[in-house]
Design a protein around this ligand. Structure first.
Ligand SMILES: Nc1ncnc2c1ncn2[C@@H]1O[C@H](COP(=O)(O)OP(=O)(O)O)[C@@H](O)[C@H]1O
Ligand SMILES: [Mg+2]
Length: 255
């Protein structure tokens, strides 16, 4: 198995000389190809900061981030945006769909941006949308769909260009429990059927229990990890809740 993400000694400091805040310190971890990994931790732990660094939206103060073997911290603007467009997929809490485009057009956006659109794109959109349960709403506009459908459309958009890595920040944060379950099942399907490597930040133990492995953060550092292995989701969920309570942040700590 190839290593998709490898971070070494990531450190992130905000502020000016007289008032420095260290938000991330000594972040070393790896994600293998085909893994579905969550990063959990209380509000303020540094989860979003870490995800934004992996997403190439933010840079670490020091340390190394390799994605698919490329040291992204040393790329200049132009190769960096090309890297982001072709290798990464994103899912945010608030969907980030364009209101003026249909669901189908939204899903196709990464192909349009990278000029990879051809006749096979339509087939791929239909196939992925069908598998994620949004095949019937492709010609609707976002305002004509539910939050859960919007987020599954965002998930389809995140994988349409077959990225190396999909990054999700609190993707279930705005969804009710049924829509959350549908989205998490969609993530598992993306992971199992398309082999998509997914790294998801969440403060919700229920969402994290769908993953293979969970990394815990506290005060800007990685604290521990728990692997699901061949145990069931209920066992995993209970372990996650227990670990979170040891960390000092409740499992339903509100961001
Ligand atoms: N641009 C910034 N300037 C200064 N501090 C920041 C900035 N962005 C985030 N922080 C601080 O970094 C810490 C971690 O934030 P964040 O990564 O959003 O945590 P999480 O996603 O785990 O809730 C918080 O204490 C937050 O206030
Ligand atoms: Mg956050």
């Amino acid at each position: 198995m190839d290593i998709v993400v490898q971070t070494t000694g990531i450190r992130k400091v905000y502020g000016t000389k007289s008032n420095l805040i260290t938000v991330l310190e000594d972040i070393d971890f790896a994600v293998q190809e085909g893994e579905f990994v969550a990063i959990m931790g209380p509000s303020g732990a540094g989860k979003t900061t870490l995800l934004n660094i992996l997403a190439t939206i933010d840079k670490p103060t020091s340390g190394s981030v390799r994605i698919n073997g490329t040291e992204i911290t040393s790329l200049s603007d132009e190769p960096l945006s090309e890297f982001r467009r072709s290798k990464l997929g994103f899912i945010f809490q608030d969907y980030n769909l364009l209101d003026s485009l249909t669901i189908r057009e939204n899903i196709m956006l990464p192909m349009t941006f990278s000029n990879k659109y051809d006749v096979s794109t339509d087939l791929r959109v239909n196939e992925i949308a069908g598998k994620l349960g949004i095949g019937a709403i492709l010609d609707r506009y976002p305002y004509e769909t539910s939050g859960g459908q919007k987020q599954r459309a965002a998930a389809a958009r995140a994988i349409i260009h077959n990225p190396t890595l999909v990054l999700a920040d609190e993707p279930t944060g705005a969804l009710d429990s049924k829509a959350s379950m549908d989205l998490l099942s969609a993530f598992q399907l993306m992971n199992n059927e398309y082999g998509t490597t997914i790294l998801m930040v969440t403060h919700d133990a229920f969402a994290a229990s769908y993953c293979d492995r969970v990394l815990f953060m506290k005060d800007g550092r990685l604290f521990t990890e728990i692997v699901k292995g061949d145990k069931d989701r209920k066992w995993f969920f209970d372990r996650l809740v227990m670990t979170l309570s040891n960390l000092g942040g409740g499992s339903y700590d509100i961001i």
